[in-house]
Design a binder for this molecule. Structure first.
Ligand SMILES: NC(=O)C1=CN([C@@H]2O[C@H](COP(=O)(O)OP(=O)(O)OC[C@H]3O[C@@H](n4cnc5c(N)ncnc54)[C@H](O)[C@@H]3O)[C@@H](O)[C@H]2O)C=CC1
Ligand SMILES: O=C(CO)COP(=O)(O)O
Length: 320
């Protein structure tokens, strides 16, 4: 069974390279010039430099071809997902739609699987998430991810189809917990970057990761996610990776904020919009999320780093 991947960014391209080991993959990009360049050079030098596309990756700008397979991976930024689903909702009916995006839609405050359920009710939503940098996957380094789908049978089929000898998928029937872990870890990673960029030290970062994990679990459980999902690859695993690696764009964005510098706006930083979404959700549902509120305020330049740190440190003393 062939699969297609929507979005030839770093992650969509890396997944295409990895999954080509299992069979033909169609990789769709909306920009015809970019597609022509990839077809001509056999590479995606704009997004994943230095990686050759295998023979059985077929790059196309024809959306009809991309939407023909039964299994479609969505690898576009979270804030673009609703628009894509709305535009193609008829063709997506009956498909297994695997979102690879990490975030919460700011306009609707929904995650990827809820957006799919709302906009494409005849599709089956799933989520592929966990600690994995595109460059690592494309180089064939060993990686373990969570494949979450509420439909156990569909989840098992996807697990088998999307695993490779170096890409090990663990199955879950908790898409809510899995997608919230992936979305929220980016917000905490921005905060971890701020801590390091501002020179506050590794001890402060460890405290932040731990309290950030408590926030992630608190919010996910409120919306039906399971604590054990948050403690797995899609939550804690990805949180640790993203808060400790310079490869992470969210971490680097935070570090830039911490140093008082400007980050390149063309780089995808999912945690920036998601921090605002999480802050809105937390206020609406009275969930204690102090770190997410601070990240949201920092992203909007409503607070300085010094003020954010003293606000977090001066909260009433409490039990852990
Ligand atoms: N890069 C990574 O290491 C990983 C990324 N992800 C997730 O994958 C998602 C995509 O990230 P990246 O590929 O890294 O971003 P990227 O910035 O490298 O690429 C995004 C791609 O999406 C395309 N795009 C944007 N809007 C679109 C639309 N409306 N229709 C079609 N294509 C559109 C852009 O042209 C670009 O090629 C994000 O949610 C990210 O969190 C997940 C795991 C790892
Ligand atoms: O999600 C990722 C790693 O699992 C990629 O993180 P960044 O989007 O911060 O680069």
């Amino acid at each position: 069974m062939s699969i297609s991947i929507i979005g030839a960014g770093a992650f969509g391209t890396a997944l295409a390279v990895a999954l080509a080991q299992n069979g033909p993959v169609t990789l769709w990009a909306r920009d015809a010039d970019h597609v022509r360049e990839m077809q001509k050079t056999g590479r995606n030098s704009q997004r994943l430099a230095g990686v050759a596309l295998p023979e059985n990756v077929s790059v196309t700008a024809e959306i009809g071809r991309a939407l023909a397979p039964d299994v479609i991976l969505l690898a576009i930024p979270m804030q673009q997902t609703a628009g894509f689903l709305e535009q193609h909702r008829t063709a997506l009916a009956g498909k297994l739609l695997v979102s690879c995006s990490k975030g919460i839609d700011l306009a609707t405050l929904r995650g990827p699987t809820a957006l799919i359920e709302e906009i494409c009710p005849k599709a089956t939503p799933a989520i592929l998430t966990g600690p994995s940098f595109a460059a690592d996957i494309a180089r064939g380094l060993p990686t373990a991810l969570t494949l979450a789908c509420a439909n156990g049978e569909a989840g098992s089929a996807l697990q088998a189809q999307l695993s490779t000898p170096v890409l090990r998928l663990y199955r879950s029937t908790d898409p809510k917990g899995a997608e919230l872990g992936g979305a929220l870890k980016n917000v905490i990673a921005i905060a971890a970057g701020v801590v390091i960029g501002a020179g506050l030290g590794d001890s402060a970062r460890a405290a932040l990761i731990t309290r950030g994990f408590a926030e992630m679990t608190r919010l996910a459980e409120r919306f039906g996610g399971k604590a054990e999902t948050l403690a797995g690859l899609s939550g804690l695993g990805d949180l640790v990776l993203t808060c400790t690696s310079e490869q992470s764009r969210n971490f680097r964005f935070g570090a830039t904020l911490g140093r008082g510098e400007i980050f390149d706006p063309s780089i995808t930083v999912e945690g920036a919009a998601t921090a605002k979404a999480v802050s809105a959700i937390a206020l609406k549902h009275a969930i204690e999320m102090p770190i997410a509120h601070m990240v949201s305020a920092l992203v909007d330049q409503k607070i300085t780093v010094d003020a954010a740190v003293s606000a977090l440190m001066s909260r009433p003393l409490k039990e852990e």
